[in-house]
Structure formats: structure tokens, C-alpha cells
Design a protein around this ligand. Sequence first.
Ligand SMILES: [Zn+2]
Length: 273
Amino acid sequence: MPELPEVETIRRELEALVCGKTFTEPVLHMPSTIKRPAAEEFSTRLTGQRIERFDRRGKYLVINLDRGILVVHLRMTGNLSYSANGLPYEERFLRVSLPFSDGSALHYSDMRRFGRLWLVEDEEELETEVLKRIGPDILNEVDLEKFLELLGRRERSRLKALLLDQGFAAGMGNIYTDECLYRCSIHPRRQAGTLSRSEAEDLYAAIQEVLADGIEYGGTTFRDYRNASGAIGSFQSKLAVYGRKGEKCRCGTPIEKTKEAGRGTYYCPNCQK
Ligand SMILES: [Zn+2]
């Protein structure tokens, strides 16, 4: 499932490729992919709009147009790719094609079909209808002070569940949460309120570092994730605990896998306190 680094990788690629382009009429291969407005109205309203800016909030791509905002959430297996000649590089799971007036196109494909697209009129509709339960972006909108304040409001929450909670802060998923808790040697079941000031600072630093590293390596590809040009990420080779059950930690203890917040969770029982 794409997390912040994967979505940011796609955003950076597409920002350079599609800003200034104008949409022609979309092709909805699977109309139920469009969450808002109704599919027909989505097509009518998107046609003729120009892309001005390519943003992101957590795992949502937020594409600012001249008369609205197009939002894409990839969920489990969604992929938004760019094609210079307009042809999709794979047609099997193609759900929505978004051609531009110059013959190029964006294609949304999704094997599991959980991803969604929205077209809203303005920031207010974006906040109330699409991002209403989504917290600030953990990379761009949460500094250390804000992070400590957010932690203070959720003292009883266990850290694994808290970091996965997109309402707390947006962007972290299962892989990067396990990696950052390992980096700062904090146990995934710890409650936020039990962290000392220096542990909370270490956790904040670990989150920022692991996300920056993930972006630097173009994201993590286990199975499905592809960037906007169809290439895989390479951060999977840098993972210290995720997917490494039974392998030895740097301390010599085998990495364990347990279940936290309903998700497979990897950690070192010796290093993480
Ligand atoms: Zn260890």
C-alpha cells in the first residue's frame, strides 16, 4: 500500500510533467472509481481545466486546477501514471484515463479497485468533503512543537496505532511506522503518554528521517507499487525490520512479528523499549 514516500515520489514526478496541461474529456472505464461528484458531472466539469499546482496531504494527491481541485487516493494498489503519447503502459487494471489537449495523458489503474478520485470546487469543499478526518501532513505540516502537542492530546494511544491513525497526522503507514519505531528504539505498544521528552524528540526525528530516506530511494515496492513512469522503488532493500521476521537485528536478537492495531508489526524485542 502506498504510504507518504510513495505518494510523494509520484507527486514530484508528475509535478514536473503535467503542470500547465489542460484536460480533455476523461474516459471512465470504471465509473465507480469517481467518488464525487457523479461520474457524468465529473467528466463535464474536468474537461477544459488546466493543472496549476500538484500538492499532497498525507497519502492524498491534491491537484489544483484553474477552477477546482482534483484529488486522488491510491489506497491498496492504485497507480497514477503519465504517458507522453497518451497510451497506457498497461490496460489490464485501467480504471480512469485523463487525456490532455497535447495528446499526453494520466492513467489511473488499480487492481484491487479501492482507490478513488474526487473533483471539488474549492478548498472548503476539499476540507469538508474529502479531508475532513485527515490530520496535518506529518512531513510538511508538523514541526516538533506541533508533534509534542498532538502527542499530548493522545496520551493513552499506543504508538503503532497512533502513527497509523491518519486523523492524528497524515502519511504514515505500516512499513514506515515499524521502521521509525525501530530507529528510535521505542516499542510499538508503548502509550504516547509514557514517552519522556527526549524519547518523543527521538521519535519525531526518526519519523522525519525515515520518510526522507523513503523518498530519496523512490519509495518501497513489495508487490504492486510503481511510480508515475512505471518503475519500482528501491527502499525495500534498506528496511531494517519490516518483512524481516527471524532475521537478526544489529544486536543479534531475531526480529519478531506480532499484531498491533490489527496490522503485522515487526520489531526487535531487545532494542525497542
Ligand atoms: Zn535489536
